[in-house]
Design a protein around this ligand. Structure first.
Ligand code: SF4
Ligand code: SF4
Length: 72
């Protein structure tokens, strides 16, 4: 099973809950501010994502969308 996440960088407030929550280290932090002045989270290691959605459950800004691909 493989997953993919999309993070809305303008919704993100840089709390890093998702970075800490991801068991596989998929999410890292951007080095550029978003419009709110936060360093937003970014899926820097997307190939590791399983689509478990723990990151999205942790996000207080509902900034993370999770997509999941089932293996045949
Ligand atoms: S869906 Fe799971 S594996 Fe993928 S980034 Fe979120 S917490 Fe990590
Ligand atoms: S949990 Fe949400 S608001 Fe916090 S850093 Fe991650 S994407 Fe941004």
């Amino acid at each position: 099973m493989k997953g993919m996440i999309v993070i809305n960088r303008e919704f993100c407030k840089g709390c890093l809950y998702c970075v800490d929550a991801c068991p596989l280290g998929v999410i890292i932090v951007e080095d550029k501010f978003n419009e709110k002045g936060y360093f937003p989270a970014y899926p820097g290691n997307p190939e590791k994502c399983t689509g478990c959605a723990i990151c999205a459950q942790m996000c207080p800004e509902i900034a993370i969308e999770v997509f999941k691909e089932e293996d045949e």
